[in-house]
Design a protein around this ligand. Structure first.
Ligand SMILES: Cc1ncc(COP(=O)(O)O)c(C=O)c1O
Length: 396
């Protein structure tokens, strides 16, 4: 039989999706599931984006330019300008989701065996993208006790070798909800300049920051022009996960030139979705104000309820829509499966993402789960109640 590649064998399963068969079985048995495992918001897509698709008069759904439609990139640059980030449309490549932007970034700056330093826990698919690119993830552990703040910069410095090409952060963080301060970004800027590394910031949640604190992008940091690469996406910002549109932003011309070759190889990002995404840039501010208010309400409901459960520790997120909770269990993988297979409370159960898959250090995060607060406050209250009842009877 022809054999599968080692790389293919090593590709990790998504910790977010791997429990899906168990959820399907539970549903077939008539259980109602509260899905807290996946970052698929229940928020409506802005009407302007939907209208743009409905009213399009295009007769041939052709390829777009590999770097994305020019009119769209010009409007993206305007969006950044409104957010105090000065970039030109030539610094932007439209991709098929932030996912493809990550793959292009890795492919453009790293070779087989190169290393990328990432504070963990991190967005689980960074593991998958690294494996696919033959790159080794070098983790720096951030701690729930510190709310997942940036680990001391000396921890990063200790890990830099001749193979290190980049530091990757997610700001605000999935799965931690942590928002890096300007001071923390400056520390990272200093270290990447000192060691001549790239700094990749996944800013797909940049719009979701709470408590009056402003997001500080690496693109705002002076002197970082040749180092900074931003990953962005419409998926969460406009609740357009299915559009599959994201982008790479960098002022490093060599990087953009290289990433464009990857973009050319896959021809073009989706044409129709670019029309919707371009229109989405006209979304009124009131939409974001309402969405933010809703997420703050959900966050407060969730954290307050979780903190009341005995033995549960939780870090309060200041951005994105996730939190990591530490549970009084030995192995949250088993617990998450058990919730779907063997537990119900009034015929309801919850689906959560075991957090170990958000770490690359083996054995870390085993007693943690990630919760996405993508359900309304009432549903969240019920979901946490179910979790509380489950913890009362669960035996490791
Ligand atoms: C931190 C982070 N980066 C990137 C992505 C990729 O998103 P997409 O490919 O839908 O733009 C996600 C999706 O959940 C994410 O959470």
């Amino acid at each position: 039989m022809p054999s599968i590649s080692n790389k293919g064998i090593q590709m990790p399963e998504s910790p977010i999706r791997k429990l899906v068969p168990f959820a399907e079985d539970a549903q077939k048995k008539g259980k109602n599931i509260y899905y807290l495992n996946i970052g698929q918001p229940d928020i409506k897509t802005p009407q302007v984006a939907l209208d743009a698709i409905k009213s399009t008069t295009i007769e041939t759904l052709a390829y777009s330019r590999s770097e994305g439609a020019e009119s769209y990139r010009i409007k993206i640059a305007d969006y950044y300008k409104r957010n105090s980030i000065v970039v030109s449309h030539n610094d932007i490549i439209v991709t098929t989701g932030g996912s493809e932007a990550l793959l292009f970034a890795f492919g453009s700056i790293m070779d087989e065996g190169d290393e990328i330093i990432i504070p963990e826990p991190f967005y689980a698919n960074y593991n998958g993208f690294s494996t696919a690119s033959g790159v080794n993830v070098v983790p720096v552990i951030s701690k729930i006790e510190d709310n997942f703040a940036l680990p001391p910069i000396e921890e990063f410095e200790k890990l830099i070798t001749s193979k290190t090409k980049a530091i990757l952060i997610c700001n605000p963080g999935n799965p931690t909800g942590y928002l890096y301060s300007k001071e923390e970004i400056k520390q990272l800027a200093d270290i990447v300049k000192k060691h001549d590394l790239f700094l990749i910031a996944d800013e797909v949640y940049r719009e979701f920051v709470y408590d009056g604190v402003e997001h500080y992008s690496i693109l705002q940091e002076p002197g970082l022009e040749e180092h900074a690469i931003v990953i962005d996406s419409v998926s969460k910002r406009y609740s357009m996960c299915g559009a599959r549109i994201g982008y790479l932003v960098s002022k490093n011309k060599d990087f953009i030139k290289t990433a464009l070759k990857f973009a050319q190889a896959r021809l073009s990002p989706p044409t129709l979705a670019q029309i919707a995404s371009e229109a989405a840039l006209d979304t009124p501010q009131s939409y974001f104000d309402d969405v933010k208010e809703e997420y703050v309400k959900r966050r407060n409901t969730l954290i307050e309820a979780l903190e009341k459960i005995e033995g549960v520790k939780v870090a309060t997120p200041s951005g994105a829509f996730y939190c990591i909770a530490e549970l009084p269990v030995k192995n949250s993988d088993n617990f998450a499966k058990w919730l779907l297979e063997s537990f119900d409370y009034n015929n309801d159960t919850v689906m959560v993402a075991p957090a170990a898959g958000f770490y690359s250090t083996p054995g870390v995060g085993l007693n943690q789960i990630r919760i996405a607060y993508v359900l309304n406050s009432e549903s969240l209250k019920i979901a946490v109640k179910i979790l509380e009842e489950a913890l009362k009877v669960y035996k490791d």
